[in-house]
Write a protein that binds this ligand. Sequence first.
Ligand SMILES: [Fe+2]
Length: 286
Amino acid sequence: MSAFDIRKVGGRIGAEVLGVDLSTDLTESVFSQIHEAFLQHKVLFFRDQDITDEAQLAFAGRFGPLTQKHPMMRTVDGAPQVIPVDGEDQRANHWHTDISFTAAPSLGTTLRAMVLPPYGGDTLVANAAAGYKDLPAELREIADRLWAVHTNHAEQPRLDTERGAEVRKAFLAKRFEAAHPVVRVHPESGEPSLFLGGFAQRLVGMDLRESRPIIDVLQNYVRRPENTARWTWRPGDVLIFDNRNTQHYAVNDYDGHQRVLHRVSITGDVPVGLDGKSGYTILEGE
Ligand SMILES: [Fe+2]
């Protein structure tokens, strides 16, 4: 195995970690370097790992307590904290931040390659702190004052199959809504970022029609190519992204092929805005 090293994959986001075997217990010193790189690069990629669900759970658990069972997604038998991300269930080809429709969205998410398509199915991750930094001062002043309502009922891509319809129905069976500051301060680094994504349906104080173009203008700063990393999956790959200041997108270009990843997430805290005010629940599964 190569020596321990952390190599950037792009100028603004993403790094590959080399020389680490995630099937073993990481030493405090190695983990602290990984943790520091996680905060700095926001998404870390690990190639050539030969690990089980248990090892993925253990690795994710080093970052904090694991997210318990997802409110409406199916989980792996006997492992309620492992969600199979399966292209036959749904295809997340929209920019989003996981479970941002709850008051305390995940801190981070790990994904592990299980079944990969022969082509396509890359994962894109965008740096929402860079998106915020890129805003012209005039727009930043507006963004700083905005709040958004996030809901699982926001417009999302649809998978036009029987199974896709079933999964979608389960995903929408209960309605979740939470309000969050559009500019969130990272609890560990103190860095501000745009906290929007596909579940951000409308802005507080505005209706859907008024909100959409403003959200789109801000989103365009997050998803500009310079602010993203694109990962082409290989067998044995594992990634972890910081869900507090990134958005991600699963490219849906693998036709009818299978694509399955295992997802394990880490419990996050309630987003806090520049003025110190915290996000809050509006509806919790009603
Ligand atoms: Fe996701």
